[in-house]
Design a protein around this ligand. Structure first.
Ligand code: HEM
Length: 413
């Protein structure tokens, strides 16, 4: 870990690539000395981001309890007022974020969440499990006979895309486009490089799928949204749903799988322990990878009134950075937080999926996909080795690996 000065700017785009993830030494320093830390206004670094001239200062929360409490209190700390991403948005973009499930008012959010929940219930997940396992097997079939592959795109990215397409009822013919646009969207900091904004392209695709479901209803989420008049969802809401599921369900799950492989290589004794009894250790190992890496490192809230966080006065309108990455390494909750330990007893307390009304709705689904895929890998190509420098996404938001070459002994038929 590098020692960043206490006044380092957490939006400095070089921090994450230098650290290969969140800057834990800096978070530790702030948590010890200044746990609700003021990050001053800074010039925005991404020239294509809206309102790029300047981004307002904000409070960075590094203690587990503060992240937990603020996440659970939408009345005082809103995802809707100014959105849920740390950048300051121009009006048009802000309207889109507010139309998004993640940025709705509590009154609008609750009924939509009720409509979505059955699709993510344990019963629905159980019904989906054989399909997910079949696809996980097929993905590993496609690489296991070789002696190498690029793990992120050849393996990790394929299952979340399949699952998203199944949930949304996207026909085979459109799936390649979903993969391409999902990747472009996840690459938040550079998606300006694409000729046409990938968000707009995903909107167009969402519109196509919605029209198809209007003509031919089925039991997919897209069809439910289009046909359930009681929810009062407009086309913008529906498009934003599509986009949020495309990004939220894809990049995060694929990165967690990539982190898993990378960490098992970095900590061979933990990998040996996992392999000694995969059925016993795999679930907890996945939770430890989620805690240790916090793929989604932060979200934003805005104070709706003058209030306080962990003893620090906060003013109405103040912007707040919920650092899941820092919360997940808080020694007040996790003993020896920087130690990677797949047997950690209280690991399920981690906040990698957030908490409160906006807690990740796809957490169960993500876990199921990771279990299915990683079990195939660990049991069929167990001697895999990272065979080149992993590439980290240049991002202040996602802790994501974008390239992970691996080698292994080919599976014999
Ligand atoms: C390892 C995988 C994943 C991670 C780390 C992750 C992380 C998160 C986090 C931290 C939040 C909280 C947002 C907030 O409080 O503002 C969230 C919300 C959300 N996630 Fe996930 N997620 C993952 C997988 C998925 C999957 C597989 C799906 C869907 C198929 C999904 C869909 C969503 C949605 C729709 C929300 C918004 C919930 C709401 O606003 O009520 N996520 N996710």
């Amino acid at each position: 870990m590098k020692h960043w000065p206490a006044d380092a700017n957490i939006l400095d785009p070089d921090i994450f690539p230098t650290e290969k993830g969140p800057p834990h030494a800096l978070f530790d320093l702030w948590r010890r000395t200044d746990p609700v830390h003021w990050n001053p206004a800074t010039p925005a670094y991404a020239p294509d981001m809206p309102n790029s001239a300047m981004t307002k200062g904000f409070w960075v929360l590094t203690r587990y309890q503060d992240v937990f409490d603020v996440s659970r209190d939408q009345e005082q700390f809103s995802s809707h007022a100014e959105g849920f991403v740390i950048w300051d948005l121009e009006e048009e973009e802000l309207q889109r974020h507010r139309a998004n499930f993640m940025g709705m008012t509590p009154a609008d959010h609750a009924p939509v969440k009720r409509m979505l929940m059955p699709a993510f219930s344990p019963r629905s997940l159980k019904a989906l499990a054989p399909d997910i396992e079949r696809v996980a097997r097929r993905i590993v079939d496609d690489v296991a006979g070789q002696d190498h592959c690029e793990f992120v795109f050849d393996v990790a990215s394929r299952l979340p895309v399949y699952t998203f397409c199944e949930l949304m009822g996207i026909p085979e013919s459109m799936r390649e486009r979903v993969v391409e646009l999902g990747n472009a969207m996840a690459d938040v900091e550079t998606h300006g490089d694409h000729e046409v904004d990938p968000t707009l392209q995903l909107f167009a695709l969402a519109e196509e799928v919605a029209q198809q479901k209007r003509r031919q209803p089925d039991d997919s989420l897209m069809s439910l949204m289009v046909h359930d008049q009681t929810l009062g969802l407009n086309p913008m809401n529906i498009n934003m749903f599509f986009v949020v599921f495309a990004v939220a369900g894809h990049e995060t799950t694929r990165s967690t799988a990539a982190h898993f492989i990378q960490l098992m290589n970095a900590y061979p004794e933990q990998y040996a322990l996992l392999r000694s009894d995969v059925d016993k250790h795999l679930d907890n190992a996945i939770e430890e990878v989620l805690r240790f890496t916090s793929t989604t490192t932060n979200f934003r809230r805005t104070a709706t009134c003058d209030t306080e966080i962990g003893g620090q006065a906060v003013k109405k309108g103040d912007k707040i950075y919920l650092s899941y990455a820092a919360a997940n390494r808080d020694p007040a909750v996790f003993a020896d937080p920087h130690v990677f330990d797949i047997t950690r007893p209280n690991v399920r307390k981690h906040l990698a999926f957030g908490t409160g009304p906006h807690v990740c709705i796809g957490a169960g689904l993500a876990r199921m996909q990771l279990q299915a895929l990683l079990k195939q890998i660990v049991t069929r190509i167990p001697d895999l080795q990272v065979a080149g420098e992993p590439q980290w996404l240049r991002s202040i938001w996602f802790n994501a690996i974008t390239r992970l070459p691996i080698t292994f002994t080919p599976e014999t038929a």
